[in-house]
Design a protein around this ligand. Sequence first.
Ligand code: ATR
Length: 272
Amino acid sequence: MDRYCVFGNPIAHSKSPEIHTAFAAQTGQELAYERCLAPLDGFVDAVRTFIAQGGKGANVTVPFKLEAVKLAQALTIRARAAGAVNTLVFSDDGIIGDNTDGAGLVADIVNNAGVPITGKRVLLLGAGGAVRGVVLPILEHRPARLVIANRTVAKAEELVEQFAALGGQGVVSACGFDGIEGDYDIIVNGTAASLSAELPPISPSVFAPGALALDMMYGASPTVFLQFAGQHGAQLRDGLGMLVEQAAEAFQLWRGVQPATADVLHHLRSRL
Ligand code: ATR
């Protein structure tokens, strides 16, 4: 049976085995998907051992997404742009590194929330790895504007410089939280603030009427960002849909079959 796994440290919390096992059952694919706790200084060895044992592919999560870039012998354009790898394919040609996080976010916004990105004003909060990973897939949907706002403005400016050359010229711009001008149709929180129950200091005026607010984090109750957005009339989504969609994208890459995500998302939600 073909084997896959997710490498991380810690890894016990990962929902990926549950998600991929559900996709496999639904699509009639025979595969096994496990959790793999790699030592903090032993990611590369753990991957090589898994390949030697016949592993076909893997997901990579915190803190190994940057190391996986170096390990891969070839990178997809979106993995290179993201500067991080969350999906590995072990092929006859070597180790291929991809990043499905941004495609997962876009699929959740466009297909699950039913909100087109094309022609819309998009505000991204944060400029760390999570945000860098989603910029290119968002730009590919041709938003009217893409503003990256971050506590440390220089980091947002660096991203703008990088993505101006990748189709973002004239579309993408950077600012601090107090420099955000106008209102937005789609507001995505990609900061780590939700982890400590903090709210990025943004004005309620950023939410256009009927705006979609999405937090990349998820949990049993809404994050402070989603609570704030809800108080100002936004439609809300947490990061669980993005999680399931990035997995679907990886599954498609490995197996050549696109799984349906709605039931899996519903099931995970009921168990949060
Ligand atoms: P990740 O890979 O999860 O994106 P990261 O690369 O460490 O993690 O980035 C964390 C992001 O959350 C950064 O944009 C950070 O802002 P700075 O660049 O100014 O550090 C942002 N962040 C973390 N805590 C925050 C808080 N309390 N309020 C606002 N932004 C915060």
